[in-house]
Design a protein around this ligand. Sequence first.
Ligand SMILES: *Cc1c(COP(=O)(O)O)cnc(C)c1O
Length: 463
Amino acid sequence: MGSEPVPPPPIEPYKVKVVERISLPSREARESALVRSGFNLFNLTSEEVYIDLLTDSGTSAMSDRQWAGLMVGDESYAGSRNFRHLEEVVRRITGFPEVIPTHQGRAAENLLFSLLARPGSTVPNNMHFDTTRTHVMRNGARAVNLAIPAAYDSQDPHPFKGNVNVPRLAALLADPQVKVPLVMVTLTNNTGGGQPVSLENLGEVSRVCRARGVPLYLDMCRWAENSFFVRAREPGMSHRSIAEIGRMTFDLADGATMSAKKDGLVNIGGFLATRDPELAARAKELLIVFEGFPTYGGLARRDLEAMSIGLEEAMDLEYLAHRVGQVAFLAERIAAHGAPVLRPPGGHGVYLDVRRFLPHLSPADLPGQALAVELFREGAVRSVEVGAIMFGDGESPSPGETPLELVRLAIPRRVYSSAHLQYVADVVGAVWRRRERIVGMTMTHAPEHLRHFTAKFAPKPAA
Ligand SMILES: *Cc1c(COP(=O)(O)O)cnc(C)c1O
C-alpha cells in the first residue's frame, strides 16, 4: 500500500456558475454535534458538516440546461409534455416501452416488489441495496445475495466485482423448493463497493433466467457508471458509446428500477420501466394510490424535465471519465497515507475496509460506525457505515461468505473539487495515524426497518 503511482487530479469538464458557501466547524462544535446527533451522522445538520460524502443520492449539481428545463415545466396534472419527453428518453436509453415515473428509487421498488414478491418466495440479487432488501423482506420474501467470491475480498483486483455467481443462481432457479418471482441485478453493486457488472456476466444471468422463464430486472441507479467500466475494461467495448453499451445491457433484461438521484443527475426522481404491459398496468394502479397520476408519479412536471436532461448528460464520456477519475484520485490519495481502501475503486465512492483499518475492534464494537464518527470528529467529513449496522438486522449472508465491513465516502456528482478530495484524504490519513486509540460504539436505540437512518449510539469507555 502507498506504492501505487498517485494519479493527478482529473480536470473538470465544466466550469462553476453558482456556488454555495461551506466552512469547517470548530472542534468544539464538532464534538457537541456528535453528542446531539446520538453519534448518528444522519442526525447532523448540513452546517455541521464540511465535506459531505454521506451519499451521492440526490446531491448532484444540476447543469445550466437542467435548470433551464425547470422553467419549461408543463404543470398539467395529466398528459404533461414533460412526461412525454421523459418517456421518450427512457424508452430510447432502455428500450423498455412502459415508463412509470416515481419520486425516487424506493417508490419504484415498492411497486415492483408489491406486485411480484410473495411470502415465502426468494429474490436473488448480486447484492441487495438497503431499500431493495427492505422492500423484498416487507413483502415476506427472502433477499439472497449471489455476488461472486471476489466481491467479498476487499483487495481482489477483479475488474467486475459486481458480477453474479451464475452457477449458484442456476442452482437456486433449479431447486423445486424455491420460488423465484424475479431476479435483480444491481448496476453498479453499491453495497459491494460501487463495483461494475460485466456484459458477459449479465448475458449469462439473462440466459439462465430466460431458460427458467424468470423475469430479470435491473437496479439501474448507476447504469451509466457501469457502462463506463464496461467500455474501459471489457474486451471489444472500447469503441462503443455509453448509450450503445447501456442498450446492450437493457436488451438482456425485462425491466428496471431507477433512482434518478444517482445517474439521473437530479435531486429527486426515479422510475420503473418494463416490457411487461400487464405488470405496468397494475403498477400504475398502485402508483395512483401511493405516488400520483402516471404522467407525474409524485413529482412536479419540471422535475421530470430535469430528469430527462440529466439522464442524457450522465452518458457523456468526458463527464464519466472525470467522475470515475475523482473516485480513483481519492482512493489513491488515501492509499498514499497507508489506509486500507477497497480495490479496485468503484464508480461513485471510495470504501474504507474497516476490518483492516481497526483490527483491534470486534464486530460487537460496531467498528464501521466508530470510524465514520472519527472522520467527522477529525475534519467534519460525513461518511456512512455500510456493514453490520446497515445490513446486520436481516438474515445471515450466504454460507462461507462474510460480508464486508465498509465505510463509504460517496462523491456527489459535479460538486466537489480535487482540493476538497485531497482534504478528505488527509483527514482519513490523520485518523489512520491514531487508529489504535479509537474505541468501539454501542447501539442505544435500534429501530425495526432501515435502522441505520435513525439508530442512536454511544462510545464505549476506553479500555
Ligand atoms: C439509492 C439506491 C436505491 C434507492 O433509491 P432512492 O432514490 O434512495 O429511493 C436503490 N438501489 C440502489 C443501488 C441505490 O443506490
